[in-house]
Design a protein around this ligand. Structure first.
Ligand code: ATP
Length: 324
């Protein structure tokens, strides 16, 4: 390996910048050259990349988003797009690639690497959804959860003052990871997750019990992946519950932004450092992750096929019990 490229792809996640910084500095420390690719795979196709040095990544540890920008890139899904990307990498003398993103990003990376095995590829799990196999935590999940908690605490104040019931929708298209942890952290009366079915009757019973137990407000957290949606759920509940004024808040994109937490800064640094060291050791088609507080390499193939992130049983069980 003599020159590596780094890119961020898919949804942005806080912690991507500390990771880019670690990749750049670890590579340069080891005598490698580094190119930063703008806008994910699109930048490979457009040859939109620039040489980076240690100062290119100064003062970015505290920044949310990604200084390299990210994009969803359709042409990279085609053979022609991949060929153009390959030719651009070769023309720039690049023989190693670090991709920071989610499972779509890894799917593209693995396909590309199978077609062009002379470019080594290492993936770094960067997604707020925390739904990748091979790493207990993904970059951005901790920050996003803290952002959600901060927002829900504020909503709780007004809910309590007015005896209101709030339905709060949080991100997680296929994963209830943010919803579950935020729910436990904020004492939500109910947490609706794509990983488990909560019948509307059960939810109503639960809310009635809360009122009977003299709760002055109730918070129901709805993961985005619950197909019923916060508005429709609220409408259904409104028909049967009259003792609360019912409101809905969709937290939306504020959940992606913000300065990365200490946890995500350290995780990003560790994974970026590990990704470059893996390339130097000759690894390819692997994902670097954190398991039991140790760096672990997982085959991208395995990471993608085992893509069934399970929420912790004790958290699921506890969430109902602690909110009685
Ligand atoms: P997030 O979890 O935040 O959505 P992601 O990495 O899963 O992140 P995607 O938009 O699914 O985000 O994928 C990012 C990019 O990876 C796509 O825009 C596309 O360029 C590339 N990609 C995804 N799937 C494939 C595929 N089957 N073949 C080639 N490239 C792909």
């Amino acid at each position: 390996i003599s020159k590596i490229a780094v890119l961020t792809s898919g949804g942005d996640a806080p912690g991507m910048n500390p990771c880019i910084r670690a990749v750049v500095r670890t590579a340069i420390y080891n005598g490698l050259h580094v190119a930063g690719v703008r806008q994910g795979y699109q930048g490979l196709i457009d040859n939109n990349m620039y040489d980076m040095d240690p100062r290119s990544v100064s003062n970015i540890l505290n920044l949310g988003g990604t200084i390299l920008k990210t994009a969803r890139c359709l042409p990279f899904r085609t053979d022609e797009g991949m060929e153009t990307a390959y030719k651009n990498l070769k023309a720039n003398g690049i023989d190693g690639l670090v991709v920071i993103g989610g499972d779509g990003t890894f799917t593209g990376a693995l396909r590309f690497s199978k077609k062009y095995p002379d470019i080594s590829v290492i993936g770094v799990p960067g997604t707020i959804d925390n739904d990748l196999y091979g790493s207990t935590y993904t970059l951005g999940f901790d920050t996003a959860t803290n952002t959600v908690i901060e927002a829900i605490d504020k909503i709780r104040d007004t809910a309590d003052a007015h005896d209101r019931l709030f339905f709060i929708e949080v991100m997680g298209r296929d994963s209830g990871a943010i919803a579950l942890r935020a729910g436990i952290s904020c004492g939500a009366e109910a947490i609706l997750l794509p990983e488990r079915d909560t019948a509307i009757e059960h939810l109503i019973e639960n809310l009635k019990a809360g009122q009977y137990n003299k709760k002055s407000s109730s918070i129901v957290i709805v993961a985005e992946g619950d197909k019923r949606g916060a508005y429709d759920l609220a409408e259904e509940v409104r028909k049967q519950i009259k003792f609360y004024d019912i409101k809905v808040t969709i937290l939306g994109h504020l959940q992606r932004g913000g300065s990365p937490s200490a946890f995500d800064r350290i995780l990003g640094s560790r994974l970026g450092f590990a990704a470059v060291n893996a390339l130097i050791k000759g690894e390819t088609q692997k994902m670097v992750g954190l398991e039991a507080n140790h760096i672990k390499l997982t085959d991208l193939e395995e990471a993608l096929t085992q893509h069934q992130f399970k929420l912790e049983d004790d958290l699921m069980e506890m969430s109902d019990i602690l909110s009685i």
